[in-house]
Structure formats: structure tokens, C-alpha cells
Design a protein around this ligand. Structure first.
Ligand code: SF4
Length: 105
């Protein structure tokens, strides 16, 4: 039976193995056109099709929330680098709210 110190070690190991979708190659940034204007919002989607609504349609998230997308495990996870370093840098650059950007196309 594990003592309390080794239980803490196991929990730390598992928390460091958490999957951050933002650090996965399948997590893609896409533009979502704002209704009736020349502006767009930034959204993220999982190109492996893992983000689904209850009825099975694809779920797309607002870009500024992407750092919150994490899982204990994902069989399609394709890491792009060291997750801790990547997430630290990402959090510094993420917008704090859902912002509209001018669409120059
Ligand atoms: S494949 Fe898995 S880890 Fe990658 S973005 Fe989709 S749900 Fe997240």
C-alpha cells in the first residue's frame, strides 16, 4: 500500500501529464465571421473531431478560452512541444475576452 508521500508523488506525476489541447497539432485556430460585418472572431476547433456537443455536432470554442481545454488523456493527442513552457507563453499572449478583428479580405 502506498504511503501518503508516494500518493502525492503519483498525483504530481499525473497532473504534469495532463493533456492541453492548445499544445496539440489538432487544435486549430479559425476565423468566424461576425454577422453582417467585416469583422471576425477567433475560434478553435479540434481537427481530430474530439470536441462534440451532446447531439454529436462539432463544438468550437472561443480562442480566449483555449488554455482551459485540458483532458486527463486523449488518444489523438499530438504534442507540439513541452506543454508547461508552451502554456506559459500562450497565457501571456491570449486575449482576455472574445474580441472582433477587422477582416481585410
Ligand atoms: S486531439 Fe485530443 S488533445 Fe488534440 S485538440 Fe483534439 S481533444 Fe485536444
Amino acid at each position: 500500500m502506498a504511503d501518503s508521500e508516494s500518493i502525492v508523488a503519483v498525483k504530481q506525476k499525473h497532473s504534469s501529464l495532463k493533456v492541453y489541447c492548445a499544445n496539440c497539432q489538432h487544435c486549430k485556430l479559425v476565423k468566424s465571421k461576425k454577422d453582417g460585418g467585416n469583422q471576425y472572431y477567433l475560434r478553435v476547433r479540434c481537427t481530430a473531431g474530439k470536441w462534440k456537443k451532446k447531439l454529436g455536432e462539432e463544438k468550437i470554442y472561443k480562442y480566449f478560452t483555449v488554455a482551459r481545454r485540458s483532458l486527463p488523456y486523449c488518444d489523438a493527442y499530438e504534442p507540439m512541444g513541452d506543454p508547461q513552457e508552451f502554456m506559459k507563453e500562450l497565457k501571456k499572449s491570449l486575449p482576455v475576452r472574445d474580441e472582433a478583428y477587422p477582416d481585410k479580405n
